[in-house]
Design a binder for this molecule. Structure first.
Ligand SMILES: Cc1cc2nc3c(=O)[nH]c(=O)nc-3n(C[C@H](O)[C@H](O)[C@H](O)COP(=O)(O)OP(=O)(O)OC[C@H]3O[C@@H](n4cnc5c(N)ncnc54)[C@H](O)[C@@H]3O)c2cc1C
Length: 388
């Protein structure tokens, strides 16, 4: 049996961000991250599209985005170590969320919340949309919100930059798998690893992404989080078209410029849940191409060059993350999962939140109480309105 202060299950972007913030807030803390895949072959982070936006309706998500985007913007300066620079390829390309006429009021209400919280966001009617994005079809739209300071980064560099910095600050990463926990009355005492080792700790963090329900179950904490397969495509346009922001609509089409082409897809929320990484090579032509060409007719000639799959860690209760412990039952076992497609952009704020809870016993920066586990226990969903 070895020991540490905090053991984090999962070394993706959420686990590594948590490790980094723990070592920043409490440099003397002994932090161990257990990650079973040294190459992150199946983890979600390296399959993500890199998008970061403030366009949410829940204030918690907007505030997490504001912090995280600022953090990512300053990543190269903050995360460099003596041996390594920390580029993250931030592109301030903006986001544009468009809605049909029936959803204009919801969009306007969300826009008002974003502005109240300090976001730069422009509510545009169809004529203004057309003027700003001349290649876009607007005749079936009611409005759109453009957030020019949003953008995207490289998830690979973000994950490895966080990991290198956390290790530089003294965190330890074990290549191993957590296969069980020793649980006594109201506390997790130790993690059992596939190698046969056992690691005792005073706090534990479940940052196992799409696998977090399995890890929660090992500690006796049920989580409504399931793996949802999603495809990402890299494609080019056969007609001249300028660079585009990250475009999103209510049918879950989402794509953005990437180099000389475009990256994105259409999320199918009805996809059967499960650990399925198979690629449907007909999906682009069947679903994505018609959606993209409808909104931007220039894409009537388009070519898909690559499709890959990955898993959302989908929170089936309400599509929002679960950030917190099971107060009164397992207070030293913290969950940070269920981001439902937003885990890369929210990893800095969520990792900081878990670190604050462990170090100070409370939220110091953003009050995330409404995203806690209590809403699962009481079956009270807290969902986004009008945007996914
Ligand atoms: C195609 C696609 C596009 C996306 N685009 C975006 C985007 O534009 N913006 C955005 O913010 N998010 C996006 N996401 C979502 C984002 O990728 C995830 O929300 C985020 O990566 C979750 O990070 P994580 O660290 O929780 O999970 P992961 O990166 O999956 O890390 C969890 C880790 O836990 C490890 N693990 C699991 N069980 C155990 C165990 N028992 N013991 C040890 N280790 C274990 C796994 O090996 C894994 O590496 C996208 C996702 C996909 C699939």
């Amino acid at each position: 049996m070895t020991a540490c202060d905090t053991l984090i299950v999962g070394g993706g972007v959420v686990g590594m961000s948590t490790a980094y913030f723990l070592k920043t807030l409490a440099p003397a803390m002994d932090v161990v991250v257990v990650e079973r895949e040294p190459d992150y072959a199946h983890g979600s982070t390296l399959r993500a599209s890199g998008g970061c936006r403030v366009q949410f309706s829940c204030p918690e998500n907007i505030l997490m985005s504001l912090f995280s985007i600022d953090f990512i913007r300053g990543f190269p300066g903050r995360m460099a170590t003596k041996e390594h620079a920390a580029p993250v390829d931030w592109v301030e390309g903006g986001y544009l969320f468009v809605v049909p006429p029936r959803l204009v009021d919801t969009l306007a209400a969300n826009h008002a919340t974003q502005c109240e919280l300090g976001c730069e966001a422009d509510l545009l009617d169809p004529a203004a949309l057309r003027a700003r994005f001349p290649s876009m079809r607007v005749d079936d739209l009611g409005a759109g919100v453009h957030t020019p300071r949003d953008g995207w980064c490289d998830p690979y560099q973000m994950l490895h930059g966080l990991r290198r910095k956390a290790v530089d600050l003294g965190a330890r990463v074990l290549t191993d798998e957590v296969v069980g926990f020793d649980v006594a009355r109201k506390a997790v005492l130790a993690a059992a690893l596939r190698s046969g080792a056992r690691v005792a700790a005073s706090s534990f963090v479940n940052a196992a992404g799409a696998w977090s329900a399995e890890v929660g179950a090992m500690a006796g904490m049920p989580l409504p989080i399931a793996p949802l397969r999603r495809f990402e495509h890299y494609f080019t346009c056969g007609n001249p078209i300028g660079r585009l922001p990250y475009i999103k609509d209510v049918r879950r089409m989402a794509f953005r410029s990437e180099g000389t082409g475009f990256s994105g897809g259409v999320v199918d929320g009805a996809e059967p849940r499960g650990f399925n990484f198979d690629v449907d090579h007909g999906y682009f032509e069947r679903v994505v191409w018609p959606a993209v060409a409808h909104r931007f007719p220039a894409f009537e000639a388009a070519k898909c060059h690559r499709t890959w799959s990955g898993l959302y860690e989908q929170c089936e209760l309400d599509g929002n993350p679960i950030i917190g412990s099971w107060r009164g039952t397992l207070p030293n076992f913290h969950v940070c999962a269920g981001f439902s497609g937003h885990g890369m952009m929210h990893a800095p704020a969520a990792g900081r939140a878990i670190a604050e809870r462990i170090v100070y016993g409370e939220d110091r920066s953003i009050d995330l109480a409404r995203l806690g586990y209590e809403r699962v226990v009481s079956n009270r969903p807290y969902a986004e309105r009008g945007i996914l």
